[in-house]
Write a protein that binds this ligand. Structure first.
Ligand code: UDP
Ligand code: MG
Length: 141
């Protein structure tokens, strides 16, 4: 079993798409291990996206991710990292395949509805950013 971190981003929360997005995730066979409605500060958003620090969109991304409530969700499934990336589609919704979460609910390349981990190791670290392991094991059987 593999784990990945999904985040429903502030645009999708503002657009009342929490339920729609979780329905797509569950229909695709992912098990929800942890889920919370929360907010992160600019500092926390900057830390979460530190890998993109030198990119031109970093400031905008940090402002956006701290602009309102978000829903981090710890997910489990065989092949979770790759399967969840397929489910969300390309970063830019204009390039996302039909039937993907970003095609359905993203607003723009920056405000693109959901986050997804890009490797097993990053998934583990990103889940730990939002959840204590004790919050997840209760749901893991
Ligand atoms: N992003 C952006 N402009 C870009 C590329 C990325 O605003 O040209 C934002 C977007 O919100 C994206 C996030 O930065 O989801 C992280 O970028 P990454 O390349 O890791 O895309 P992802 O893994 O989310 O598809
Ligand atoms: Mg990424």
């Amino acid at each position: 079993m593999e784990r990945t971190l999904a985040i429903i981003k502030p645009d999708a929360v503002r657009n009342n798409n929490i339920g729609n997005i979780i329905a797509m995730i569950q229909a695709a066979g992912f098990k929800v291990l942890g889920c919370k409605l929360t907010r992160i500060s600019k500092e926390q958003a900057g830390e979460f996206y530190a890998v993109h620090k030198e990119r031109p969109f970093y400031g905008e991304l940090v402002n956006f991710m701290s602009s309102g409530p978000i829903v981090p969700i710890a997910l489990e499934k065989e092949n979770a990292i790759a399967d969840y990336r397929t489910l969300i589609g390309a970063t830019d919704p204009a390039e996302a395949a039909e039937g993907t979460i970003r095609k359905n609910y993203a607003t723009s390349k920056g405000e693109n509805a959901v986050h997804g981990s890009d490797s097993v190791e990053n998934g583990r670290n990103e889940i730990a950013f939002f959840f204590a392991e004790s919050e997840l094991i209760a749901n893991s059987k």
